[in-house]
Design a protein around this ligand. Structure first.
Ligand code: ADP
Length: 252
């Protein structure tokens, strides 16, 4: 009987070892996949500004153009825009190496803050509506950091929904929390992808190619920020119908 027990224990250990090795292998493969995807995404993101800069540098070899002050001015402005874009991409990557976003606590009136934010946001592709209640509510938060989260979510709502479709923000008070919902009528997110989209570098793949640019960092950073503000971020979505991202912030 002892031999039988020993054999069973040995068999279980071998099976467990194989299972563990198999899981480790899958994990390694997943990491390799994420790395390749990330390298592809960065290349994709940098392509446009670098191509533009290349063209601008070539135009500087054109004698006629060098004598036209208006053209020169427009080229310099365009150079500066592309340069800023590249800077933003690197800043975003660097940010992910810092664990906790720095919070400057302040008392802000959230309803006016949302109105101002949407006014300054100025979308080129969508109209952004507002449905805010109550009239006035004060929160302890960090307006700069909260603004960055709203910016990320609004940019996604634009990127992943058809041009001209409706995007709207609802603000409401719910049991000691202020809820900010960002609604879009875009492509939506499947239940399986819902948890993963908040992970670092994760992007939902559309076949093998991404038709929309991105690094898969916006929602990861947004979650880090909202949690530093003692709040939470969640999503409800239906494929092909649209998504609602909800930010919940504590009132007291
Ligand atoms: P990025 O947009 O750079 O890929 P994010 O971290 O902001 O990275 O988003 C992760 C993924 O979540 C995106 O690749 C996209 O597939 C999905 N996603 C985010 N917002 C939306 C949205 N409003 N509608 C549909 N899919 C979305």
């Amino acid at each position: 009987a002892w031999i039988l027990i020993a054999a069973i224990v040995l068999l279980i250990s071998v099976v467990a070892l194989f299972f563990w090795m198999y899981r480790a292998m899958i994990k390694q493969r997943k990491i390799a996949e994420i790395k390749t995807d990330f390298a592809n995404n960065i290349t994709h993101e940098l392509k446009t500004p670098l191509t533009s800069l290349n063209l601008i540098v070539k135009s500087f070899q054109n004698e006629q153009l060098l004598q036209n002050p208006e053209m020169m001015e427009s080229l310099i402005q365009s150079m500066s825009r592309q340069n800023n874009r590249i800077q933003q991409i690197f800043d975003r990557i660097l940010e992910t190496t810092v664990d906790n976003p720095k919070v400057n606590w302040e008392n802000i009136e959230i309803v006016q803050f949302l109105k101002d934010h949407v006014k300054d946001y100025q979308s080129n592709t969508h109209d952004i509506g507002l449905e805010l209640e109550p009239k006035e509510l004060f929160l302890q938060t960090d307006s700069y950091q909260l603004g960055r989260v709203l910016q990320n979510i609004l940019q996604n709502a634009e990127k992943y929904s058809p041009e001209g479709s409706e995007i709207w923000i609802k603000g409401k008070e719910r049991q000691n929390e202020y809820w900010i919902e960002i609604h879009d009528l875009g492509r939506g997110i499947s239940p399986a992808e819902k948890k993963k989209i908040f992970e670092k570098f994760y992007r939902v793949s559309q076949g093998n190619l991404h038709d929309v640019k991105g690094l898969g960092l916006g929602l990861y950073l947004s979650k880090q920020i909202i949690e530093s503000l003692n709040g939470s971020i969640s999503v409800e979505s239906q494929i092909g119908k649209g998504s609602i991202f909800t930010l919940k912030l504590p009132i007291s």
